[in-house]
Design a protein. Structure first.
Length: 367
């Protein structure tokens, strides 16, 4: 008589077990979800803390760079012939600095006026507003001196064919080591870069304007404005990645006003571009290395010292001379900080006016 009751109890026990398992599964699912949300919140908080700490360190590096440039200005104010050169404190190679919180930080300053300004490919005069340095006269770098058509010198066209900055770029493209271009290709790429920047739609002899870009595999239009980043060169017709990577460290889009080239801070490939007005070829490597050694030893301290060097003896220099100086007001801070195995990078463009140094542009990507 008691068998049905036993069966009912067994059924109730089985149902309770199923309910308990469902509740357990639900709680487990909730716990997994909560753990995931907590992990995401923890990662987000850690990342935000790292980001804020890293940015504070980078701002500290920028402050130190400004102090170094202001100190250099005070030293220059006490000298008869102030100059900026690679032997000064601000120009020393970067050294990693250990941080108390763990990790490291390093930063280095580079003279942006030691690079070729791409935006000067479109005719623009050198202005004293861009550079407070002394020792050279203000003049239009596109002078009346012409480039002759002598085949033996690899020359082409007349003075109206190339302005002085275009000549510098042609020479630079032939001085990039393994990525160097033959002169004809260097001229064609210079035309293409100039067309990419200038505001008109008139195609240069070997350049490319809207028509060429419109019919590319992936159509787009040239900028037709001053470049805001060197990385825009990647969009120029004819530019290849090896040439871009080799060229980028020696060109700039800063300052955003016409400026002179500092002969005491420019790197060796840029130094090779300082040739006679009638030349489209760079200085020979050995001559440039000899001049580099002389300026590091202090034997070349001014523009006239360079122009009187035997490597430039007998050359026409009327176009080149007004573009050169030994003073700089525009600098680039390249700073990196590593915390918790994560890195953060900063490029900061600094402008100096006497003892005032301000950051006019910051970027965590390419300049």
């Amino acid at each position: 008589m008691c068998y049905p009751r036993v069966k009912r109890r067994a059924a109730q026990t089985g149902a309770a077990l199923v309910v308990a398992m469902l509740v357990f599964a639900l709680v487990a699912a909730l716990m997994v979800g909560l753990q995931r949300d907590f992990s995401l919140m923890l990662q987000r908080g850690t990342h935000q803390l790292f980001s804020e700490q890293a940015w504070s360190y980078l701002m500290g590096a920028e402050g130190l760079a400004q102090l170094a440039l202001r100190a250099d200005s005070r030293i220059d104010a006490r000298t008869e012939q102030p100059s900026d050169h690679l032997g000064e404190v601000w120009a020393q190679p970067p050294t990693p600095y250990p941080l108390e919180a763990g990790g490291w930080m390093q930063g280095g300053l580079e003279d942006l006026q030691g690079r070729i300004n791409l935006n000067l490919l479109v005719d623009a005069p050198v202005s004293d507003a861009a550079n407070s340095g002394a020792g050279t006269e203000t003049a239009d770098p596109r002078d009346d001196n012409s480039v002759t058509g002598e085949e033996s010198n690899g020359l082409q066209g007349s003075g109206e064919r190339w302005n002085i900055t275009q000549k510098l770029l042609i020479r630079l493209l032939q001085a990039l080591g393994e990525a160097s271009l033959p002169q004809e290709e260097a001229m064609a790429l210079t035309d293409a870069i100039t067309d990419f920047i200038d505001r008109d739609n008139d195609r240069r002899e070997k350049g490319a304007e809207a028509g060429e870009y419109r019919y590319a595999d992936f159509p787009y239009l040239p900028a037709n404005r001053p470049l805001t980043s060197v990385s825009e060169l990647r969009a120029v017709q004819g530019m290849t990645e090896p040439v871009y990577k080799a060229l980028a460290p020696f060109v700039t889009v800063w300052p955003d006003v016409p400026s002179r080239l500092n002969i005491l801070t420019c790197p060796l490939p840029v130094l090779r571009t300082l040739n006679g007005d009638s030349q489209l070829s760079p200085l020979p490597q050995m001559e440039a290395e000899r001049i580099d050694a002389l300026r590091r030893e202090g034997a070349i301290t001014g523009v006239e010292d360079l122009l009187n060097d035997p490597a430039l003896e007998g050359q026409q220099l009327a176009e080149l001379k007004p573009l050169l100086d030994v003073k700089s007001d525009w600098f680039l801070l390249d700073a990196t900080v590593e915390l918790v195995d994560r890195e953060r990078h900063l490029f900061s463009v600094l402008r100096r006016r006497e003892e005032q140094v301000v950051a006019v542009f910051r970027s965590e990507g390419e300049l």
